[in-house]
Design a binder for this molecule. Structure first.
Ligand code: SF4
Length: 229
C-alpha cells in the first residue's frame, strides 16, 4: 500500500462518526483544482507510511475513534486495498472510502464483499466534459457504472462535485443531477483556493451563494438531499 499520510482524527470526514483519515498516494486523474497535489504529482510524493504504523496507531484508538476514512489520491488503484480494509474492519472500525469512480470493478468487489460502510464518489463533470476536467483519459462508461453501483448499494453514500466557476456552468451541474437522479444525497462543494495541483487555479473563483442556492433548488426536484459545503 502506498500510504501518503494519516490524519489522526476528523469530526467531519465521515458523516456522524469520529474517524481517522488515511491518505493513499497516487491518482489516475489530474484535476487542476485538486487540493492534495502531494498525493497526485509523483514529484511531490513523500516517503510512505507502513501499513503496520497505521494498524499500531489504530490499536491505541480503539473506543476513541469510530471509523477510518480512506481517501487519496485514488484508493481503488491500490492492489492491497481489500486486505487493508479487512484488517481495519477486524479491528472494529467502520470504513468509508472516497473514490473518483474510475474503477467500477474494484467498487463492485468491495461492495460485494461488504467491506465498506460508506462510500463517497466525486462526480467531476457531465460525462462528455469529463476528460477536460480531470486532464486524463477516462472511460465515461466506467463513471456511469460506478454511479449505478453506488445507487444500488445498500450502504450510505454521497455523490459530490467540486464547483469551480471556470470549469462548470450551472447547466453542467444540472446535467450531473440527471446522471444521479434518484440519489439520496449530493454535495455541492464550493471551491476554496488553499492549494491546488495547477497553481494557476489558486486564483479561481467559487460560485456565489445565491447561484448555488438556485442550483440546489433545481436539483432537489430529483435528489432527496442536496447540501452545499
Ligand atoms: S481531485 Fe481527486 S481525482 Fe482529482 S486529481 Fe485530486 S485526488 Fe485525483
Amino acid at each position: 500500500m502506498k500510504i501518503g499520510g494519516l490524519q489522526r482524527v476528523s469530526l467531519i470526514d465521515y458523516p456522524g462518526l469520529i474517524s481517522a483519515v488515511v491518505f493513499l498516494q497516487g491518482c489516475n486523474f489530474k484535476c487542476s483544482y485538486c487540493h492534495n497535489p502531494e498525493l497526485v504529482d509523483p514529484r511531490l510524493f513523500q516517503p510512505c507510511l507502513r501499513e503496520n504504523d497505521i494498524f499500531d496507531f489504530l490499536d491505541t484508538r480503539k473506543g476513541k475513534l469510530d471509523a477510518v476514512s480512506i481517501t487519496g489520491g485514488e484508493p481503488t488503484l491500490q492492489d492491497k486495498l481489500p486486505a487493508f480494509i479487512k484488517h481495519i474492519r477486524k479491528m472494529g472500525f467502520a470504513v468509508k472510502m472516497d473514490t473518483n469512480g474510475s474503477q467500477p470493478k474494484v467498487i463492485r468487489n468491495l461492495l460485494a464483499e461488504k467491506l465498506l460502510d460508506f462510500i463517497a464518489m466525486d462526480i467531476k463533470a457531465p460525462l462528455e466534459k469529463y476528460k477536460d476536467i480531470v486532464k486524463a483519459t477516462v472511460n465515461p462508461d466506467s463513471i456511469k457504472e460506478s454511479i449505478n453501483l453506488i445507487l444500488k448499494a445498500k450502504i450510505p453514500y454521497e455523490f459530490r462535485t467540486t464547483i469551480v466557476e471556470s470549469q462548470l456552468g450551472e447547466n453542467d451541474i444540472l446535467q450531473i443531477g440527471k446522471l444521479i437522479a434518484g440519489a439520496d444525497h449530493y454535495v455541492l462543494q464550493n471551491f476554496v483556493s488553499t492549494k491546488t495541483l495547477d497553481k494557476k487555479f489558486l486564483k479561481e473563483k467559487p460560485f456565489s451563494d445565491e447561484k448555488l442556492q438556485k442550483i440546489k433548488s433545481h436539483l432537489e426536484k430529483q435528489i432527496t438531499s442536496v447540501t452545499i459545503r
